[in-house]
Design a protein around this ligand. Structure first.
Ligand code: GLU
Length: 372
């Protein structure tokens, strides 16, 4: 078996540190096993996805040195494929068209809430033996729903968290394809929802190991059920805990920089970011400083932390200082030149700058410090 991993960012903003760490783990795992690493752009949220974000993400991946073997593959270019698989699932009895309008679904949920029930799809259009379905209403564009098994449970041995079991009674019939937006041209293809597109893609791309954040744990049972319905091999899943800010709360934009780009701008070196991100959720003995090559050599999917790691700016600065000290003076001079350029200071004498870097680099933890 060839190990094939992927990173699948949604281009709705910069590359988040959490996604960068997942990308690093997926990349290192593939490299460790002599496998392939694939980059997929999950751009089905048309309203929020932008080309600018795609470019930022690609640039950050490149900056971090996480080279991919295939891709970028864009989901919006694969709509016909998702539609075909959905039709195949309808034909095999694993999916069905649902003609409930949004208003009807709202009313359904409202009534459930009033009865004190957990909101769920009531199965109105779910075909069952001996059941007569309502007449198809006119003018309603249907969604396609997955016919999720109603009993039993989904179990997987998570590469990070160990055994996980979720009962099928907790999940209902998920929408897998939504009709094209109103006003789209005739015959426009529907758009898959995240859980469906991911399965079709992971299947088509022969992904063997899926690493991602643990906010997706509740999605995994649906994905496993869809894999099973399609009768195809399942990848192994590993869900990493979130990264916490230094205040113990979820790392978020409101409380500081969370994008790879921001750290590049703040004068961190890519090898320091990779080293620091790697340690945030994974360990190799007591090693704190290691090269990318060492990480690839050591990263075999074990020693991944089960509990959230805390972002530690002081430690990151310490790691960065180490790499600044080791960095070639001419390289630092170039980075400092760029920093100075953002302050509209022209530093044309490169050799002079390199000598200054040599003199000061032991005392600085970022190239911004050096520029100062
Ligand atoms: N687009 C999803 C995200 O950015 C990908 C999740 C996955 O890897 O399955 O969270």
């Amino acid at each position: 078996m060839t190990v094939r991993t992927r990173i699948a960012p949604s281009p709705t903003g910069f590359l988040h540190l959490g996604t960068a760490r997942t990308a690093l783990y997926s990349w290192a795992y593939a490299r460790h096993h002599g496998g392939q690493f694939i980059l997929r752009i999950e751009d089905t949220d048309v309203a929020r996805s932008t080309q600018d974000s795609v470019e930022q993400i690609l640039a950050s991946m490149k900056w971090l040195g996480l080279d991919h073997d295939e891709g970028p593959i864009y989901q919006m270019q694969r709509l016909a494929r998702y539609q075909a698989v959905a039709e195949q699932m309808i034909a095999s009895g694993h999916a069905y068209r649902c003609y409930c309008t949004p208003q009807e679904l709202d009313a359904m949920r409202e009534a459930q809430r009033e009865r004190g029930e957990k909101t769920h799809y009531d199965g109105k259009w779910r075909p069952e033996e001996g059941k007569t379905l309502p007449p198809v209403p006119e003018g309603v564009l249907p969604v396609i729903r997955f016919k999720n098994p109603q009993d039993g449970s989904v179990h997987w041995d998570d590469l990070v968290k160990g055994d996980i079991t979720i009962s099928n009674t907790e999940i209902d019939d998920l929408i897998i394809v939504r009709p094209a937006q109103e006003g789209a041209s005739d015959g426009a293809l529907g758009v898959p929802t995240y859980n469906f597109a991911v399965v079709v893609d992971d299947w088509d791309m022969a992904i063997t190991h899926v690493f991602r954040g643990d906010e997706h744990i509740n999605n995994t049972p649906w994905q496993i059920n869809i894999f099973v319905a399609l009768g195809v091999a399942l990848p192994q899943f590993g869900h990493h805990p979130i990264i916490l800010g230094d205040d113990g709360l979820k790392l978020s934009k409101r409380r500081g920089a969370v994008s790879v780009t921001a750290y590049e701008e703040m004068g961190y070196l890519p090898e320091a970011m990779c080293n620091y991100l790697a340690r945030l959720g994974w360990s190799h003995g007591d090693d704190e400083l290691f090269t990318r090559e060492q990480m690839v050599q050591w990263f075999d999917g074990t020693h991944l932390a089960k509990s959230p790691a805390q972002w530690d700016p002081a430690k990151l600065a310490w790691v960065n200082a180490h790499y600044i000290k080791q960095a070639d003076d001419a390289r630092l001079a170039k980075l400092v030149q760029q920093q100075l350029a953002t302050r509209e200071i022209e530093a044309a004498d490169h050799d002079h700058l390199a000598r200054a870097c040599a003199l000061f680099k032991d005392r600085c933890s970022t190239t911004v410090d050096l520029a100062d």
